[in-house]
Ligand binder design. Structure first.
Ligand code: CA
Ligand code: CA
Length: 581
């Protein structure tokens, strides 16, 4: 641009230009410091996790234990169309606009004050996509003037926040091989960081970082040992050591998909991603620990290398995955992190080095291990593993076992919250088990690669879900709220002493963070399996949550799916506030 671009423009002309600019102010761009400070700034929510550490805690207290009972809807937005199914997203909100993703790879920009749609992006999905567990999407990332999200056909799409026009689009991988994408990306140091889905199809898991402005790849870090990483297009070292914990060629289709969103801890400069099951599910085909499956991997964003890892379920034979979030928190002067695993144990790690600090059950029945050895960090297995089909009479089906938790987990993807006020984690847990057996299986591109069969069953007549307040130091359950259907929505806690979460029965509920007393509920018309957020706008506090029943439970839940078959689908976004005083 010419330095003298205003020379020759009359005063009247300059005034006219200024008037135009005031009439249509450019929306503020989302900066690196907006992202770094997200957890503390109450006027926006610009990251997955309501802050990159993923605590899902807002200091806002205008809505609190005293007045939450008065909370009413401000507006509701319908996703429209015939496409419903699971609405698992966490919305983001910035400068008066909300961005929320929906099932079937859709994204909406909405006026946060009025609920009016600004624009809608419907990703054109090809035939033959292979999402394992419903057509969900968990959210978008904001950076500069871009809103970035991933799609079921394994693409990453960056849209202009003002117009919804595509600015860049990158193919993550071949959807025909089973790759897909459902997580919310995170932004770290100007890079958009993502994983991949597809562990049920024998894909190879990896975490990737791209320049958020352009989509250009910066580094790739595979999460299965033996695979080469890259940085700036050059080789950047193999992950682990070939065949150290995998037999033969099994690592070449080893799964370990980091399919859920990650976190970033600036204190240690580490990105945390959880990884899924080793493939196939039949563990007899792959003796060994099968690194780095069912683990948290801590990656240095500057080098693209794994700094430490902690494996929750070595040689996973139950599809326990290990993808659940690792949430940073500080206690007793220590930099710690909490993780509630599908396998039923809650882990406290030293987040500087991945060493185990504490581990305890957070569900009532765990059959596969009697505890975690705090010295070695390894589970003390009971031997409850499905039998080897090659040892059966006809070679077709191994011995069936019953084991709890089921593979849908003591806790699944739905993120927990941590309150620095109460020093408690709020964990959306489920009590269920499964019949499980193994079958022979060989890898075939684009085909399910399980080698297992299963039926999920409830453990109790009266409840499956249990929101539990957990003390990470003592391992004590301080309070619990039991829910008939399995809990499948995210949790949020606030400075107002509240805990929010949704139920498949359609309610968004608010609880007292200290006592667990239910203080407020609202029926949204369909199951709530999304993630609530809260922010402040024009002096008022707002709470938003998507509504729309779906996800893995209706598809894979066996006897539990039958039990909750009456639940209706939907697709809307609800926003609440206190009535005008
Ligand atoms: Ca914020
Ligand atoms: Ca899995």
């Amino acid at each position: 641009m010419n330095n003298n671009y205003l020379s020759g423009v009359s005063v009247a002309g300059a005034t006219a230009l200024l008037t135009v600019m005031l009439a249509a102010p450019a929306q503020a761009a989302v900066s690196d410091s907006d992202i770094a400070n997200d957890a503390k700034t109450t006027g926006d929510v610009v990251t997955w996790g309501m802050g990159l550490q993923g605590q899902r805690y807002s200091p806002l207290k205008k809505i609190n234990t005293e007045n939450v009972k008065n909370m009413v809807p401000a507006w509701v937005f319908s996703y429209g169309g015939e496409k419903q199914r699971g609405q698992e997203a966490q919305p983001v909100v910035h400068d008066g606009r909300m961005f929320v993703t929906a099932s079937y790879s859709r994204l909406y920009a909405i006026d946060a004050k009025t609920g009016e749609e600004l624009w809608q992006y419907d990703h054109r999905l090809p035939d033959g996509i292979l999402p394992c567990c419903d057509v969900v999407n968990r959210g978008a990332a904001l950076y500069g003037d871009l809103v970035i999200f991933g799609t079921l056909d394994a693409q990453l799409v960056a849209l202009n926040q003002d117009t919804g026009k595509v600015v860049w689009k990158e193919k993550i991988d071949d959807f025909k091989a089973g790759y897909s994408f459902t997580a919310a990306p995170i932004i770290v140091k100007g890079m958009v960081v993502t994983g991949v889905s597809g562990g049920e199809f024998g894909i190879v898991g990896r975490v990737e970082a791209r320049d958020a402005k352009t989509g250009k790849m910066v580094w790739v870090r595979p999460t299965v040992e033996g695979h080469m990483g890259t940085k700036d297009g050059k080789e950047n070292g193999v992950t682990g050591k070939v065949n150290a914990t995998w037999p033969g060629d099994m690592w070449k289709t080893g799964g370990a998909a980091p399919w859920l969103g990650g976190a970033y801890d600036a204190d240690t400069n580490l990105i945390f991603y959880g990884t899924g099951n080793p493939a196939p599910w039949n563990a007899h085909t792959r003796p060994g620990d099968n690194l780095y499956s069912t683990s948290t991997v801590a990656i240095n964003p500057d080098t693209g290398k794994i700094v430490w890892h902690y494996q929750y379920t070595p040689n996973d034979g139950w599809d326990y995955d290990g993808v659940n979030e690792l949430v940073s928190f500080d206690s007793g002067g220590k930099k710690l992190a909490g993780h509630a695993d599908r396998n039923g144990f809650f882990y406290v790690l030293d987040r500087t080095n991945g060493k185990l600090v504490n581990a305890f059950p957070f569900v009532k029945q765990i059959d596969w291990a009697k505890g975690i050895d705090l010295k070695t960090g390894r589970p003390m297995e009971t031997g409850v593993r499905a039998g080897d089909p090659t040892k059966s009479a006809d070679g077709k089906k191994g011995e069936t076992i019953f084991v709890a938790p089921s593979f849908l987990g003591g806790k699944n993807w739905m993120p927990m919250a941590y309150s620095p006020d109460t020093n408690l984690f709020y964990v959306p847990a489920n009590e269920w088990g499964m019949d499980l057996w193994n079958e022979p299986v060989t890898y075939k591109k684009g085909a399910a690669y399980l080698g297992a069969g299963f039926t999920i069953k409830p453990l109790n007549e009266d409840y499956i879900g249990a929101l539990r307040a957990i003390d990470p130091n003592s391992g004590k359950i301080v309070w619990e709220y039991k829910n008939n259907a399995p809990l499948w929505g995210g949790v949020m806690t606030t400075g107002g002493g509240l805990v929010f979460t949704g139920t498949p029965e359609g309610y968004l509920k608010a609880f007292d963070a200290k006592t667990g007393k239910e203080l407020w509920k609202f029926q949204t018309g369909s199951g709530v399996v999304g993630c609530p957020i809260t922010w402040e706008m024009d002096g008022e506090q707002y709470v938003a949550v998507p509504s729309g029943w779906g996800g893995a439970v209706p598809l894979w839940g066996g006897d539990v799916a039958k039990k909750v078959k009456y639940l209706n689908q939907g697709g809307s976004l609800w926003v609440f506030k206190l009535p005008a005083s």
